[in-house]
Design a protein around this ligand. Structure first.
Ligand SMILES: *Cc1c(COP(=O)(O)O)cnc(C)c1O
Length: 382
């Protein structure tokens, strides 16, 4: 991404999405996966805040034909920009929405035997994958309930096209978590073998989300299910077995509305949490927690980049505004741009740092961005 910051044409605050970085990430992920393993791009929650429509279109342009989202509504919206690809709904769709699944040729991940029976009873001919709960204990049929899994194959209106599981701690490199993950996979493959032995076609198998890809590269299912990885960031600043070369797709910037001097002893923002020890230059920026800047970053290491210099967020973050101490950033004036995620000059703020300051993971930060912010897409089709 260009480090040149272009102000104001976007309004008070905006998100920049580098679609070429997305394409780069797809190429990087592909270079690390076996040839017979395809990417199922997980673009739920509006593509983790990046805008599902433009992200999906570029992914299709990069040859991706299989997608996953969380809800039937997300699936219906995605279908309008992905006319031909497969779209898997990961969440537990209610029987009342079976018609939407059918009309939009969506594939449903069935949570258990009861879910399958309820969908079957609607009379719609539905394509499904089966979720096997190998230890995540969220959705899925437990391997011990093999009859329940078999029962799904016997639902006359459902066509089973795949079997999946979800790993509980693929991000952890602790011995006990690695053992747990290996046991999850063994239990998954045991179910698949048993089904095959009894003559069932298990279809496509899939288990790995981003950290399954990073840390268990030897697992070779038919699909991998990367979500956060597509967007070029880790969930948090951590080490992984595979060292990727991903580029962050998203930048977050806002315009400085006002700059003024604050004297020693004066306080800033709600609750007067910040008091200046010496005179500072204070900049007020038109972005706040309603735009997705986590309020938890208050007094917790939240930073911005102004004029290529890193500066701290000071005082309580407000709903629509926040304040920076720009004393160290040279001559700063109203209209200048502050970067909260991304690069400006030689400085960079990674989404992982924002997540750390907010006590959460990047997935959480990104999917909350942009309810109110316009997105600007950068793309050089080569
Ligand atoms: C969200 C989700 C993913 C993608 O997870 P990331 O950690 O973002 O890669 C994959 N599979 C399932 C079932 C999910 O719910």
């Amino acid at each position: 991404m260009s480090s040149e910051v272009i102000p104001s044409e976007h309004g008070r605050a905006w998100i920049e999405i580098d679609l070429d970085a997305l394409a780069h990430n797809i190429a990087d992920i592909r270079s690390r996966t076996p040839d017979n393993c395809e990417i199922m791009a997980v673009i739920k929650a509006n593509a983790y805040g990046h805008g599902a429509e433009r992200i999906a279109k570029r992914l299709v342009g990069e040859g991706i034909s299989t997608f996953a989202v969380a809800t039937v509504t997300e699936g219906v919206e995605l279908r309008s920009c992905v006319p031909d690809g497969d779209i898997l709904i990961l969440g537990c769709t209610l029987p009342k929405d079976a018609g939407s699944l059918y009309d939009n040729n969506l594939i449903q991940l069935v949570a258990d035997g009861a879910h399958a029976k309820a969908l079957d009873a609607t009379g719609y001919k539905l394509r499904v994958h089966i979720a096997v709960d190998t230890g995540m204990h969220r959705l899925g049929v437990e391997p011990a309930n093999f009859a329940g899994i078999e029962g799904i194959f016997k639902c006359g209106n459902l066509t089973v096209e795949g079997v999946a599981t979800h790993l509980a701690s693929p991000d952890s490199l602790d011995e006990s978590d690695i053992c747990f993950t290996r046991a999850q996979m063994e239990s998954f493959y045991a179910v698949v073998r048993k089904l095959k032995d009894r003559g069932y076609n298990t279809g496509k198998l899939h288990a790995q989300s981003s950290y399954g890809i990073y840390n268990y590269p030897d697992l070779a299912c038919d699909y991998i299910r990367p979500g956060i990885m597509l967007f070029g960031v880790h969930s948090q600043a951590d080490d992984t077995i595979i060292k990727t070369n991903l580029e962050p797709v998203l930048s977050l910037r806002a315009v400085i509305a006002q700059v003024r001097r604050i004297e020693a002893g004066e306080s800033v923002s709600y609750g007067r949490l910040y008091t200046a020890d010496e005179p500072i230059m204070l900049a007020t920026v038109g972005i706040g927690y309603a735009d997705g800047i986590p309020r938890q970053m208050t007094n917790n290491g939240g930073m911005s980049i102004v004029n290529g210099c890193k500066v701290p967020i000071i005082g309580r973050i407000c709903m629509d505004l926040l304040m920076l101490d720009v004393t160290g950033a040279g001559l700063v004036k109203a209209g200048d741009v502050a970067t909260f995620i991304g690069t400006d000059g030689d400085e960079e703020i990674r989404c992982e740092e924002v997540a750390a300051a907010a006590g959460t993971i990047t997935n959480d930060i990104l999917c909350r961005l942009g309810v109110r912010l316009p997105r600007s897409y950068l793309e050089n089709i080569n």
